[in-house]
Design a protein around this ligand. Structure first.
Ligand SMILES: Cc1cc2nc3c(=O)[nH]c(=O)nc-3n(C[C@H](O)[C@H](O)[C@H](O)COP(=O)(O)O)c2cc1C
Length: 325
């Protein structure tokens, strides 16, 4: 399949693996790129620019295909060494960066100078237009369904994607709720040039996370996610568990007095315990409603090939026979 996104990133299939904290290591990124998609290493999961440089080298040893790095700009007080991470990306020869969170404007000149394409992930048309205006090459439009941070506007992809298509000139991919060939064809119909998947890629054999995480996604239905941290305007969609129930109780009890310190136990530094140790109730971890559409744990290649075959069958059989009269 040829779209503006496959052309821009030099990939075979219009499928991107979004950056995921403590999931997006070289093993997963390389598997996605080797299967013809665009794999992405999560920059901030690496504790220092040196560690990111080493992870990029490790990924390069596992694939000769293009892959990217996610840089999430967090609203934190003690900022990570972003200039160092940018240097590691450029010196590592990476040609695609997925930015997310705050406005990436400050970093665009250095990245573009080094021939790096920037795809910014946003949850509203207004932020997508801003990304276009500051010179991003593409955007990833993340609907309300998505795992992780859906923003505060709560617009699902059936509205958000066609709105993005109406407003944008640069190409965009659909993110949030994408799982299979049906998602891909629907996304293309709504104006996207491809899809970005998070949760679906965790439930694959190559995702370097504990088996309990994969099993939890397969066991979950579309009803099992919750929104946390809404009172802090830092909303995150997570899989419901004991820690999340506790967190939501605190949010209810404290109302507008809630502070980040009140929920530290449930959200701060919990990812290694969940993703690596498999302690599923250790805290809140991002997961999309799309868990309801995930019923197996295939290899990344089987998953991507299946998506492309399903998409082809929907277009050339189901849709074609409906319009052939
Ligand atoms: C466990 C997990 C961790 C994530 N961590 C990040 C992150 O660190 N930075 C980021 O930009 N997006 C992160 N995301 C969001 C994904 O990149 C992607 O946008 C989202 O998962 C898409 O929705 P889906 O899960 O319905 O496919 C994370 C998602 C998950 C499920």
């Amino acid at each position: 399949m040829k779209t503006k996104i496959t052309e821009m990133f030099g990939i075979e299939h219009p499928i991107i693996q979004g950056g995921m904290h403590y999931v997006g290591f070289a093993e997963l990124a390389a598997a996605v790129s080797n299967a013809g998609g665009l794999g992405i290493i999560t920059g901030l999961t690496q504790r220092s620019p040196e560690a990111l440089a080493a992870e990029i080298r490790r990924c390069r040893d596992m694939t000769d295909k293009p892959f990217g790095v996610n840089l999430t700009f967090l609203p934190t007080v003690s900022s990570p060494d972003y200039p160092g991470y940018i240097r590691a990306i450029i010196e590592g020869g990476v040609k695609v960066v997925e930015t997310a969170g705050n406005n990436p404007q400050k970093w665009l000149p250095a990245l573009h100078e080094a021939d790096v394409k920037v795809i910014h992930k946003c949850t509203s048309v207004r932020h997508a237009l801003k990304a276009e205006a500051i010179g991003c090459d593409a955007v990833s439009v993340d609907g309300f369904e998505c795992g992780g941070h859906p923003g505060e506007d709560d617009v699902p992809n059936f509205i958000l994607l066609p709105r993005a298509a109406e407003a944008l000139t640069i190409p965009f991919v659909a993110s949030g709720g994408m799982a299979d060939g049906r998602s891909l064809v629907a996304a293309l119909a709504l104006g996207a040039e491809g899809i970005n998947m998070g949760t679906r890629f965790i439930a694959t054999t190559e995702a370097p996370v504990h088996q309990n995480v994969k099993d939890a996604i397969v066991a979950a239905s579309e009803l099992d996610t919750r929104l946390v941290m809404r009172p802090l305007r830092n909303t995150e969609r997570v899989l419901r568990n004991d820690a999340v129930d506790r967190l939501l109780e605190k949010e209810k009890a404290l109302g507008s007095n809630l502070k980040f310190e009140d929920i530290m136990d449930e959200v701060a530094g919990v990812y290694p315990r969940i993703m690596q140790d498999g302690t599923m109730d250790a805290g809140a971890w991002s997961c999309g409603m799309v868990a309801g559409l995930i019923h197996d744990i295939p290899s990344v290649k089987v998953l991507i090939d299946r998506i492309m075959q399903e998409a082809d069958a929907i277009i050339s059989k189901r849709l074609a026979t409906m319009t052939r009269h």
